[in-house]
Design a protein around this ligand. Structure first.
Ligand code: HEC
Length: 227
């Protein structure tokens, strides 16, 4: 369908039939449409067979949504890490607890907004109650990602009726993470435990080991390219 979308862009100049022009207008009536087109355009489709291997479903433009998701997830992950590390340096784990938030930095937020994308993190053993697996799609995607252990070098792309959703594993890849997600007392200091318990009484995100699947990025895009 991207083929058609790019032809649509040319259609006013090329004097193509009205029907195509009006469908282009329909795309651009939505404020995010131009943004997502920009984000999706120019990103090369990833042909890594392992990337597609975990992912049964197939639909047009899947790889373009994947590339857009990878880009936003990488940006969000990098800025989150930077934020947590800086906070740890400045005030240790108790202070840094308030910084392992998906509340993306302004750059990620702006890129996401332009694409009409929604970014969040989800987890089976979640700390923030808002990050639990709620929908059937989330549960299925998370189970599929968990099966990839110990190599989480892949992502999933799922098409719904109105949106396309990208899921990317967040492995517990660094010792730093264990300061707040590892074994209580041993890796997570008592004062950190107390601060976590106070803010997150229903916390399920302790006792992780290096290499386990900690969570996943969930990024949903409006389906502007049509199917
Ligand atoms: C300083 C403590 C701290 C460190 C270090 C830390 N986290 Fe977190 N993590 C938290 C807190 C607190 C939350 C809940 C954030 C919120 O309310 O959204 C959280 C939430 C998460 C979530 C979202 C799902 C959920 O359970 O709510 C993921 C995924 C996650 N952390 C992964 C990591 C990874 C991977 C690392 C290492 C790179 C890491 N964290 C390091 C404290 C920490």
């Amino acid at each position: 369908m991207y083929e058609t979308a790019s032809r649509n862009e040319e259609s006013p100049l090329a004097g193509r039939p009205n029907v195509k022009r009006s469908s282009m207008n329909r795309y651009f009536k939505r404020p995010y449409a131009a943004g997502i087109m920009l984000l999706l355009a120019g990103l090369t489709a990833c042909q890594n067979p392992r990337k597609n291997g975990a992912d049964g479903q197939d639909f047009p433009q899947k790889e373009r949504y994947r590339a857009a998701g990878e880009k936003l997830a990488a940006q969000a992950q990098a800025s989150l890490m930077q934020q947590v590390k800086k906070a740890l340096r400045e005030g240790g784990p108790v202070h840094a607890i308030d910084y392992c938030h998906a509340a993306a930095d302004s750059l990620t937020a702006a890129a996401a907004k332009q694409a009409g994308a929604r970014i969040s993190r989800i987890a089976q053993r979640n700390r923030n109650p808002a990050n639990g697996l709620e929908t059937k799609a989330e549960k299925e995607a998370f189970a599929a990602l968990a099966q990839l252990a110990p190599r989480y070098d892949t992502s999933l792309v799922r098409a719904g009726a109105k949106r396309v959703t990208f899921f990317k594993p967040i492995p517990l890849a660094m010792n730093t993470c264990l300061k707040c997600h590892g074994t209580p007392q041993k890796e997570v200091a008592p004062e950190t435990m107390a601060a976590i318990a106070e803010r997150y009484p229903e916390d399920k995100a302790l006792n992780f080991k290096l290499g386990e699947l900690r969570g996943a990025w969930k990024i949903s895009f409006p389906k502007v390219l049509g199917e």
